[in-house]
Design a protein around this ligand. Sequence first.
Ligand SMILES: *[C@@H]1O[C@H](CO)[C@@H](O)[C@H](O)[C@H]1NC(C)=O
Length: 217
Amino acid sequence: MEPRVILFCFVFLSSLLVDTLAWPFGIGEEDEWKGKWFPGREEEIDNNEVVTYQYTKKELHDDKHGIKMGTPSIHCDDGKVNLEQDWLDDPTNYTCFSDKRLYLPRDDVYPIFTADHIPAHYSAQHRCMNKQIFYDTDIPTFGSHRPLWAKYGEYKFLPKQRWIHNLEHGAVVMLYHPCANNVEVDFLRQLIVRCLYRHIITPYNVLTPERPFALVT
Ligand SMILES: *[C@@H]1O[C@H](CO)[C@@H](O)[C@H](O)[C@H]1NC(C)=O
């Protein structure tokens, strides 16, 4: 992971994101990137297990995502109404309630790298805020999501239904457990904020004490 992060560093060095901790969504935000973002670059050898999930026809075929993205609408998603559909504003999701020592770095634990193989014709559905969205895994990398993507930056908490849309636009999402070591959180935060314009940083209490961090892209 490190060489990849460092490479990004050089590419994005000039685009430092200043405006963080804001809630507004990426409405009509410039998104010039035309390149490929999904798993791995061409020259990379991918030894990851192939996901055998059976896609339904509906999931694979979706002209124009069903619902237009990036257009705020009180009838669907304006980034303000029905947010409790994804998150009940529960402090549990950003507060540390257990012993922080359990989350300290350990030299016998190594990172796990995984990749989901997304079919070339896969196109995610946009779901309005009147519908719940569930995922099969704790750290989903793709799937149905909200029509508005979140403004890049750091959040007190940002639900996955929102940041998955940012992934589609090439963002890196940094997830950290609320009990993760502050020095480590800050180290990774600095690296990401300084190197990547398209980033989301949010606590995520579903991560484990052994691996309290995840970078999703
Ligand atoms: C918030 O935390 C609870 C308790 O750990 C968890 O079950 C739930 O999935 C979390 N909610 C979100 C939106 O991550």
